[in-house]
Design a protein around this ligand. Structure first.
Ligand code: ITT
Length: 193
């Protein structure tokens, strides 16, 4: 079954392509000539995932998933959190976001952090209730970038179990442990796949 992956983030699209197969055939919004013009004004991941879902809900003839995700750093009281994408300003890049985070964290000893992903799912064919699912991935923020794969904060997010940052893992390895993987797994259970 086809599924619309409601994101304009190319890194997320690549991961969802792998995570959703073989159960779903993931379709990017550009294939349906759609864009995601949504102001992410929500205070929680769920609110933002729902803002994106509701924007696409009546435009898509096929099931849709949207997500809102972010990095929560313990020492920073959970920041950047829902503001992760635009942490360093409206024209933020992955690089400028990392730069700001490393500056803020400085030499702090507590470098624990976690990625959180909240998915919203709706099937316009059955019109059953929207399903929300969540996943998390724990790690530590290192002081320098390592690795080139993935996206966002991956180069500074160290996963003890692998002894590597997420950007040093292959996509297959990241997809075995990531917050997005866990959220998808929880979603699949809810829709009996
Ligand atoms: P869409 O709203 O179009 O989906 P976005 O990038 O704005 O794209 P979010 O609002 O959910 O998406 O922001 C998530 C940000 O959190 C993302 O831009 C990264 O900076 C960070 N992030 C989320 N998941 C990540 C991951 O797996 N690896 C690294 N950084 C991640």
């Amino acid at each position: 079954m086809k599924i619309l992956v409601g994101t304009s983030n190319l890194g997320k699209i690549a991961e969802y392509k792998a995570l959703l197969q073989p159960h779903f055939d993931p379709i990017p919004i550009s294939d349906l000539k759609l864009t995601l013009d949504v102001d992410e004004t929500g205070l929680t991941y769920e609110e933002n995932a729902l803002l994106k879902l509701n924007y696409l809900k009546d435009k898509s003839p096929i099931p849709i998933i949207t997500d809102d995700s972010g990095l929560e750093v313990e020492e920073l009281g959970g920041r950047p959190g829902v503001h992760s994408a635009r942490y360093s300003g409206v024209n933020a890049s992955d690089d400028s976001n990392i730069e700001k985070l490393l500056l803020e964290l400085g030499n702090s000893q507590n470098r624990k952090g976690k990625f959180v992903c909240t998915i919203a799912y709706f099937n316009p064919l059955t019109r059953e209730d929207i399903i929300i699912s969540q996943g998390e991935c724990a790690g530590e923020i290192i002081t320098e970038r390592r690795g080139i794969s993935g996206f966002g904060y991956d180069p500074i997010f160290y996963v003890t179990k692998f002894g590597k940052t997420l950007a040093e893992l292959s996509q297959v390895e990241k997809n075995l442990i990531s917050h997005r993987y866990e959220a998808i797994r929880n979603l699949m259970k809810r829709i009996n796949i």
